[in-house]
Design a protein around this ligand. Structure first.
Ligand code: SF4
Length: 254
Protein backbone atom coordinates (compact mmCIF):
# COMPACT_ATOMS: atom_id res chain seq x y z
CA UNK A 1 0.00 0.00 0.00
CA UNK A 2 1.35 3.44 -0.93
CA UNK A 3 2.50 5.60 1.94
CA UNK A 4 0.58 8.74 2.85
CA UNK A 5 1.65 11.85 0.93
CA UNK A 6 3.71 14.32 2.91
CA UNK A 7 1.57 17.22 4.10
CA UNK A 8 3.49 20.43 3.46
CA UNK A 9 0.97 22.91 4.71
CA UNK A 10 -2.15 22.89 6.85
CA UNK A 11 -4.74 25.60 7.44
CA UNK A 12 -7.30 24.85 10.12
CA UNK A 13 -9.99 27.13 8.75
CA UNK A 14 -10.51 28.89 5.47
CA UNK A 15 -13.58 30.74 4.27
CA UNK A 16 -12.32 31.14 0.71
CA UNK A 17 -11.05 27.75 -0.45
CA UNK A 18 -14.46 26.07 -0.60
CA UNK A 19 -17.18 28.48 -1.55
CA UNK A 20 -20.06 28.41 0.93
CA UNK A 21 -18.23 26.17 3.38
CA UNK A 22 -15.72 26.48 6.18
CA UNK A 23 -12.87 24.19 5.21
CA UNK A 24 -9.52 23.06 6.48
CA UNK A 25 -6.86 23.09 3.77
CA UNK A 26 -4.12 20.54 3.24
CA UNK A 27 -1.23 21.29 0.87
CA UNK A 28 0.66 18.48 -0.84
CA UNK A 29 4.07 18.85 -2.46
CA UNK A 30 5.21 18.71 -6.08
CA UNK A 31 3.58 19.63 -9.36
CA UNK A 32 4.11 18.58 -12.96
CA UNK A 33 3.21 22.07 -14.22
CA UNK A 34 5.26 25.27 -13.91
CA UNK A 35 2.80 28.13 -14.10
CA UNK A 36 4.77 31.41 -14.10
CA UNK A 37 2.19 32.89 -11.69
CA UNK A 38 2.31 30.01 -9.18
CA UNK A 39 2.21 31.29 -5.59
CA UNK A 40 2.90 27.92 -4.00
CA UNK A 41 6.18 27.39 -5.80
CA UNK A 42 8.17 26.52 -2.69
CA UNK A 43 6.25 23.27 -2.30
CA UNK A 44 6.38 22.79 -6.08
CA UNK A 45 10.09 23.28 -6.70
CA UNK A 46 11.74 22.84 -3.26
CA UNK A 47 9.43 20.71 -1.12
CA UNK A 48 12.38 19.35 0.89
CA UNK A 49 12.89 22.88 2.27
CA UNK A 50 9.35 22.98 3.64
CA UNK A 51 8.65 21.18 6.93
CA UNK A 52 6.26 18.23 6.81
CA UNK A 53 3.23 18.13 9.11
CA UNK A 54 3.05 14.81 10.96
CA UNK A 55 -0.21 13.00 10.16
CA UNK A 56 -1.02 12.56 13.85
CA UNK A 57 -0.80 16.32 14.37
CA UNK A 58 -3.12 16.99 11.41
CA UNK A 59 -5.51 14.29 12.59
CA UNK A 60 -5.62 15.64 16.11
CA UNK A 61 -6.32 19.19 14.92
CA UNK A 62 -8.99 18.03 12.48
CA UNK A 63 -10.66 15.97 15.18
CA UNK A 64 -10.99 19.10 17.33
CA UNK A 65 -12.50 20.97 14.36
CA UNK A 66 -15.37 18.54 13.79
CA UNK A 67 -18.69 20.34 13.87
CA UNK A 68 -17.06 23.65 13.02
CA UNK A 69 -15.29 22.81 9.77
CA UNK A 70 -17.43 21.23 7.01
CA UNK A 71 -14.73 19.68 4.91
CA UNK A 72 -11.12 19.39 3.87
CA UNK A 73 -9.78 21.02 0.73
CA UNK A 74 -6.82 19.08 -0.65
CA UNK A 75 -4.57 21.24 -2.78
CA UNK A 76 -0.95 21.59 -3.76
CA UNK A 77 1.10 21.36 -5.76
CA UNK A 78 -0.77 18.71 -7.66
CA UNK A 79 -2.38 16.20 -5.27
CA UNK A 80 -3.05 13.54 -7.92
CA UNK A 81 0.68 12.91 -8.38
CA UNK A 82 0.77 11.06 -5.05
CA UNK A 83 0.05 7.32 -5.09
CA UNK A 84 -1.01 7.58 -1.44
CA UNK A 85 -3.71 10.19 -2.11
CA UNK A 86 -6.64 7.72 -1.89
CA UNK A 87 -5.42 6.54 1.51
CA UNK A 88 -5.21 10.14 2.74
CA UNK A 89 -8.71 10.95 1.48
CA UNK A 90 -10.03 7.80 3.16
CA UNK A 91 -8.61 9.07 6.44
CA UNK A 92 -10.39 12.40 6.02
CA UNK A 93 -13.60 10.49 5.27
CA UNK A 94 -13.11 8.34 8.36
CA UNK A 95 -12.89 11.54 10.41
CA UNK A 96 -16.27 12.54 8.98
CA UNK A 97 -15.24 15.29 6.56
CA UNK A 98 -16.40 16.14 3.07
CA UNK A 99 -13.57 16.53 0.55
CA UNK A 100 -12.80 19.05 -2.15
CA UNK A 101 -9.94 18.26 -4.51
CA UNK A 102 -7.97 20.95 -6.38
CA UNK A 103 -6.29 19.67 -9.52
CA UNK A 104 -4.58 20.88 -12.67
CA UNK A 105 -6.34 18.16 -14.66
CA UNK A 106 -3.20 16.27 -15.65
CA UNK A 107 -4.28 12.90 -14.20
CA UNK A 108 -7.79 12.10 -15.43
CA UNK A 109 -7.36 8.40 -14.60
CA UNK A 110 -6.56 9.17 -10.96
CA UNK A 111 -9.44 11.62 -10.72
CA UNK A 112 -11.82 9.07 -12.25
CA UNK A 113 -10.88 6.41 -9.70
CA UNK A 114 -11.19 8.85 -6.78
CA UNK A 115 -14.65 9.88 -7.97
CA UNK A 116 -15.67 6.27 -8.52
CA UNK A 117 -14.55 5.43 -4.99
CA UNK A 118 -16.72 8.27 -3.66
CA UNK A 119 -13.75 10.07 -2.16
CA UNK A 120 -14.36 13.51 -3.69
CA UNK A 121 -17.41 15.75 -3.12
CA UNK A 122 -16.27 18.70 -5.19
CA UNK A 123 -13.61 19.23 -7.84
CA UNK A 124 -11.79 22.49 -8.55
CA UNK A 125 -10.07 22.22 -11.92
CA UNK A 126 -7.61 24.77 -13.25
CA UNK A 127 -8.09 25.46 -16.92
CA UNK A 128 -5.12 27.64 -17.68
CA UNK A 129 -5.78 28.70 -21.26
CA UNK A 130 -7.54 27.57 -24.45
CA UNK A 131 -6.78 23.89 -24.93
CA UNK A 132 -4.06 24.46 -27.51
CA UNK A 133 -0.33 23.76 -27.07
CA UNK A 134 1.05 27.30 -27.41
CA UNK A 135 -1.15 29.20 -24.93
CA UNK A 136 -1.31 26.25 -22.55
CA UNK A 137 2.44 25.85 -22.29
CA UNK A 138 2.87 29.60 -22.00
CA UNK A 139 0.61 29.53 -18.93
CA UNK A 140 1.52 26.17 -17.38
CA UNK A 141 4.98 25.25 -18.64
CA UNK A 142 6.33 22.64 -21.01
CA UNK A 143 5.18 19.78 -18.77
CA UNK A 144 1.55 20.63 -19.40
CA UNK A 145 -0.50 18.87 -22.06
CA UNK A 146 -3.79 20.48 -23.09
CA UNK A 147 -5.01 17.22 -24.61
CA UNK A 148 -4.87 15.57 -21.19
CA UNK A 149 -6.65 18.51 -19.57
CA UNK A 150 -9.28 18.17 -22.32
CA UNK A 151 -9.65 14.49 -21.35
CA UNK A 152 -10.29 15.59 -17.76
CA UNK A 153 -12.97 17.99 -18.95
CA UNK A 154 -14.52 15.18 -21.00
CA UNK A 155 -14.48 12.98 -17.90
CA UNK A 156 -16.22 15.61 -15.80
CA UNK A 157 -18.77 16.93 -18.28
CA UNK A 158 -21.35 14.13 -17.88
CA UNK A 159 -20.89 13.78 -14.10
CA UNK A 160 -22.99 15.49 -11.47
CA UNK A 161 -20.12 16.27 -9.08
CA UNK A 162 -20.04 20.01 -8.31
CA UNK A 163 -17.26 21.59 -10.32
CA UNK A 164 -15.30 24.81 -10.11
CA UNK A 165 -13.35 25.71 -13.24
CA UNK A 166 -10.64 28.28 -12.50
CA UNK A 167 -8.63 30.46 -14.83
CA UNK A 168 -5.95 32.91 -13.72
CA UNK A 169 -5.54 35.92 -15.96
CA UNK A 170 -2.26 37.74 -16.54
CA UNK A 171 -2.12 39.85 -19.71
CA UNK A 172 1.50 38.83 -20.35
CA UNK A 173 0.40 35.18 -20.58
CA UNK A 174 -3.16 35.21 -21.85
CA UNK A 175 -4.76 37.57 -24.33
CA UNK A 176 -8.36 38.71 -24.11
CA UNK A 177 -9.07 36.88 -27.34
CA UNK A 178 -7.63 33.64 -25.89
CA UNK A 179 -9.70 34.06 -22.73
CA UNK A 180 -12.85 34.48 -24.82
CA UNK A 181 -11.95 31.42 -26.87
CA UNK A 182 -11.64 29.45 -23.66
CA UNK A 183 -14.98 30.84 -22.46
CA UNK A 184 -16.65 29.65 -25.63
CA UNK A 185 -15.17 26.17 -25.26
CA UNK A 186 -16.20 25.90 -21.59
CA UNK A 187 -19.67 27.18 -22.42
CA UNK A 188 -20.01 24.46 -25.04
CA UNK A 189 -18.96 21.81 -22.54
CA UNK A 190 -20.66 22.98 -19.34
CA UNK A 191 -23.15 25.75 -20.12
CA UNK A 192 -26.09 23.47 -19.43
CA UNK A 193 -25.14 22.91 -15.80
CA UNK A 194 -25.67 26.24 -14.00
CA UNK A 195 -25.52 25.89 -10.24
CA UNK A 196 -23.32 22.81 -10.50
CA UNK A 197 -20.49 24.30 -12.53
CA UNK A 198 -18.88 27.67 -11.90
CA UNK A 199 -16.19 29.34 -13.95
CA UNK A 200 -14.05 31.50 -11.71
CA UNK A 201 -11.74 34.06 -13.24
CA UNK A 202 -8.89 35.20 -11.05
CA UNK A 203 -6.90 38.37 -11.62
CA UNK A 204 -3.27 37.42 -11.20
CA UNK A 205 -1.41 38.88 -8.24
CA UNK A 206 2.21 39.59 -9.09
CA UNK A 207 3.97 39.33 -5.76
CA UNK A 208 5.97 36.20 -4.98
CA UNK A 209 5.10 34.38 -8.19
CA UNK A 210 7.33 31.62 -9.56
CA UNK A 211 8.68 33.57 -12.54
CA UNK A 212 10.63 36.61 -11.31
CA UNK A 213 10.17 38.22 -14.73
CA UNK A 214 6.43 38.30 -14.13
CA UNK A 215 6.71 40.21 -10.86
CA UNK A 216 7.26 43.54 -12.59
CA UNK A 217 5.10 42.91 -15.66
CA UNK A 218 2.05 45.19 -15.93
CA UNK A 219 -1.16 43.69 -14.57
CA UNK A 220 -4.72 44.37 -15.56
CA UNK A 221 -6.35 47.03 -13.43
CA UNK A 222 -9.57 45.92 -11.70
CA UNK A 223 -11.51 47.91 -14.29
CA UNK A 224 -9.67 46.29 -17.21
CA UNK A 225 -10.15 42.88 -15.64
CA UNK A 226 -13.89 43.51 -15.34
CA UNK A 227 -14.04 44.29 -19.07
CA UNK A 228 -12.12 41.10 -19.93
CA UNK A 229 -14.33 39.05 -17.67
CA UNK A 230 -17.47 40.48 -19.16
CA UNK A 231 -16.24 39.59 -22.65
CA UNK A 232 -15.25 36.08 -21.59
CA UNK A 233 -18.60 35.41 -19.94
CA UNK A 234 -20.39 36.74 -23.01
CA UNK A 235 -18.39 34.23 -25.08
CA UNK A 236 -19.42 31.52 -22.64
CA UNK A 237 -23.07 32.54 -22.80
CA UNK A 238 -23.02 32.79 -26.57
CA UNK A 239 -23.06 29.01 -26.57
CA UNK A 240 -25.64 28.68 -23.82
CA UNK A 241 -27.49 31.67 -22.35
CA UNK A 242 -27.35 30.34 -18.77
CA UNK A 243 -24.71 32.06 -16.62
CA UNK A 244 -22.30 29.92 -14.60
CA UNK A 245 -21.42 31.61 -11.38
CA UNK A 246 -20.01 35.00 -10.61
CA UNK A 247 -16.76 36.79 -10.48
CA UNK A 248 -14.54 35.77 -7.63
CA UNK A 249 -10.95 36.47 -6.82
CA UNK A 250 -9.70 33.36 -5.11
CA UNK A 251 -6.75 33.30 -2.80
CA UNK A 252 -4.72 30.76 -4.66
CA UNK A 253 -4.08 29.86 -8.26
CA UNK A 254 -3.27 26.25 -8.88
S1 SF4 B 1 -0.24 27.12 -10.09
FE1 SF4 B 1 -0.98 25.07 -9.55
S2 SF4 B 1 -0.71 23.86 -11.43
FE2 SF4 B 1 0.56 25.70 -11.63
S3 SF4 B 1 2.61 25.13 -10.89
FE3 SF4 B 1 1.49 26.02 -9.16
S4 SF4 B 1 0.57 24.28 -8.10
FE4 SF4 B 1 1.15 23.57 -10.17
Amino acid sequence: MASLPEIKGFLETSFTDWRGRVAAVVFLARCNFRCPYCHNHRIVTSPHEVPTWPWLEVKSRLSRLRGWVDGVCVTGGEPTLHPGLPALLERFRALGFRIKLDTNGSRPGVLASLLEAGLVDQVALDVKAPLEPVPYRRNAGSGSDPEIVAATLELLSPLSVPLELRTTVHPALLSREELCRLGKDLGRRFGGRPGQVRWILQRCRAEEVLDPGLRSAPLLSPEEFAVWEHAARAAFSEVDPMPVGALATARKPG
